[in-house]
Design a protein around this ligand. Structure first.
Ligand code: OGA
Ligand code: MN
Length: 202
């Protein structure tokens, strides 16, 4: 895996769009690894976790190791990214967590930051797209902004594309999809105290 462009782009922009990160065959295998029993996604974590379908209406299931070779392979690739990013930026990335997401027709995710609610220690976000032959009229684009609300990117969720960005820097949203839409969203976290759980004053 050649991470040179990724490291360069993260350094300069804090964001990288890695097209053809996976080939069609690898995407197909990941699609086949998606379990049936996805559940409505929530917001926040642990006690603060709740579902709110006015904010997001996708269905998710967390990736687990040892369940499918394609999932294990994905974890291995993410470990390479973690090590390379740590080596170059001293981010101290520690844990990786990821879920499959399915957006049914009409589903969306309103503008949000990945690293805020519940103080989750998320530092780096990845989104892996698993949809062959996405077209303009299919909707479901991810739209990325900066903190001043300037528009930065509008991207199709097309097969093989991996989006990588600093979790705290880029508000983003998923526009309503007109076609069933699959992705993996993942986060590298730093190892820190879980304030949301241990500190009752928050
Ligand atoms: C998320 C997310 C984006 C996408 O799950 O936090 O922003 O394009 N997903 O699926
Ligand atoms: Mn997000």
């Amino acid at each position: 895996m050649n991470t040179e462009k990724l490291l360069d782009a993260l350094h300069t922009h804090g964001l990288y769009i890695w097209d053809d990160f996976l080939n069609a065959e690898e995407v197909e295998q990941l699609r086949a690894a998606i379990p049936e029993n996805m559940k409505p996604a929530g917001i926040g974590r642990e006690q603060r976790h709740h579902t709110n379908t006015t904010i997001r209406s996708d269905k998710i299931i967390w990736l687990e190791r040892g369940k499918h070779p394609a999932i294990d392979d994905f974890f291995s690739r993410m470990a390479v990214i973690k090590n390379e990013v740590n080596r170059h930026f001293f981010l101290g990335l520690f844990e990786f967590e990821a879920h499959f997401a399915r957006y049914d027709i009409g589903d969306f995710y309103q503008k949000h930051l990945d690293a805020f609610e519940g103080r989750s220690n998320r530092r780096l976000t990845v989104v892996m797209y698993l949809n062959e032959e996405w077209a303009d009229e299919d909707g479901g684009e991810i739209v990325i902004y900066d903190h001043q609300d300037n528009h930065l990117h509008t991207l199709w969720p097309k097969a093989g594309r991996l989006l990588v960005f600093l979790s705290e820097e880029f508000p983003h949203e998923v526009l309503p999809t007109h076609r069933e839409r699959y992705s993996i969203a993942g986060w590298f976290r730093v190892n820190g105290m879980r304030h949301d759980i241990v500190d009752p004053s928050r």
